[in-house]
Design a protein around this ligand. Structure first.
Ligand SMILES: Nc1nc2c(ncn2[C@@H]2O[C@H](COP(=O)(O)OP(=O)(O)OP(=O)(O)O)[C@@H](O)[C@H]2O)c(=O)[nH]1
Ligand SMILES: [Mg+2]
Length: 369
């Protein structure tokens, strides 16, 4: 999200007062009856300073999108990253300052106009004092918006039209390798709160269907009970987006986690996301190394091909150790992300994933009118 540059109170006041002085200097050279001149100068000084400060505040208020009209994912993202309530409070404070300065501008312009010429300058000073006090009161709000600007700069760009697939699985199971294989391009990396590496988003199109695939290092790769509240929120934000989960299980266990633990994690994630889950049994190319050391069949290539080509009811005997899991799940494929095997089958499955329409009809109506 792009938030405009946020000034400090001093910067805001300096600019306003400097422009006020300029306008006053200009008024001094104008042809106004001497009697009125000093009043005119001070009136212009106050009005100009107020206008400049108000313009700057308004520009910030106009450019920061109304958080409530943003898709839920962004609202959550903003909440996790900087806090939606604080954001609203700060914008509210700027709005308050805008209103007060508008009032001061009106009051002091009229006071100066009705004053004796010799009092004009003291009213102007009074006005400046009050403007400064208002602007200084919103210091912490300006500071906060500056902090929000820095932290929301790299908010991920989500395509809300696309069908969204979230990749999950323990570390090192091959999530990034897969993402690169299916999206055929290096995925964009965007900040994501509480994952050390941000999120990676890859895009592809199949039969005119736009699909976006999100890899979330450090988030969906460990038991939910281990997560703190903020991480849970970060996960909930993703939940708004996911139309399906690709859950990767490293059958070779070279990632360091037993298949059983990997499967248990998938169940947790499934429960929370409540969207279709497609299991990808990855690293089939080396699956036998750990599992069947004394297996006489050493031709892994052929073995893998059989596995991939076979229907799920007719898989190879070599994967019988997976039966206990396969019996419990509907959608799965055997793949080797590293060798690019099974990719086409994944794409066929992704094509069939249906986009979940979020109930944001209200929001769409707002955009229409
Ligand atoms: N043999 C084999 N190695 C694989 C396969 N897929 C991934 N790997 C290897 O497994 C390691 C981890 O792969 P990544 O794609 O980085 O795994 P990741 O799940 O993204 O890991 P994190 O981002 O750290 O959670 C790398 O060395 C990959 O080359 C596969 O199908 N077969
Ligand atoms: Mg990765």
């Amino acid at each position: 999200m792009i938030i405009p540059t946020i000034p400090t109170p001093d910067e805001l006041l300096d600019k306003g007062f400097r422009r006020g002085k300029k306008a006053a200097d200009l008024a001094r050279t104008s042809k106004i009856p001497r009697r009125l001149k000093s009043k005119r100068i001070e009136e212009i000084r106050v009005i100009t300073a107020c206008q400049v400060i108000k313009d700057r505040l308004k520009m910030i208020l106009d450019r920061v999108p109304d958080i409530e009209t943003l898709p839920e994912f962004y609202q959550d993202y903003i909440d996790i990253t900087v806090g939606v309530d604080e954001m609203k409070k700060s914008l509210g404070a700027l709005n308050w300052a805008y209103g007060i300065i508008t009032q001061l501008e009106k009051d002091y312009a009229s006071k100066i106009r009705r004053s004796l010429p010799e009092n004009a300058s003291s009213y102007q000073k009074q006005a400046y004092g009050r403007i400064a006090s208002v602007v200084n009161k919103i210091k912490k709000d300006l500071d906060f918006l500056d902090f929000a600007k820095a932290n929301l700069r790299n908010m991920p760009t989500i395509d809300f039209e696309a069908t969204t697939i979230v990749i999950a699985g323990f570390p090192n199971v091959g999530k990034s390798t897969l993402l690169r294989q299916i999206t055929n391009a290096s995925p964009e990396v965007a900040d994501y709160p509480f994952t050390t590496k941000g999120i990676q988003i890859g895009h592809l199109e199949r039969n005119w269907k736009k699909i976006q695939i999100i890899d979330t290092p450090g988030l969906l790769d460990r038991p939910i009970l281990d997560m703190n509240e903020i991480e849970l929120n970060a996960m909930v934000a993703l939940e708004h987006l996911a139309d399906a989960i690709l859950f990767i299980i490293d059958v070779s266990e070279t990632c360091g986690y037993p298949i059983e633990n990997q499967y248990n994690l998938s169940e947790e994630i499934k429960r929370i996301f409540n969207v279709p889950m497609i299991y990808l049994f990855n690293k089939m190319d080396i699956s036998q190394m750990n599992k069947k050391e004394n297996d006489k069949n050493t031709d892994n290539e052929i073995e893998l091909k059989n596995v991939i080509d076979s229907s799920k009811n007719d898989y190879d005997a070599n994967i019988s150790y997976l039966n206990q899991y396969l019996n419990k799940i509907d959608e799965y494929l055997f793949i080797s992300a590293y060798e690019g095997k099974g990719i086409e089958e994944i794409l066929k499955k992704l094509e069939k994933v249906e986009k979940i329409e979020e109930d944001n009809s209200q929001m769409e109506n707002e955009y229409e009118y």
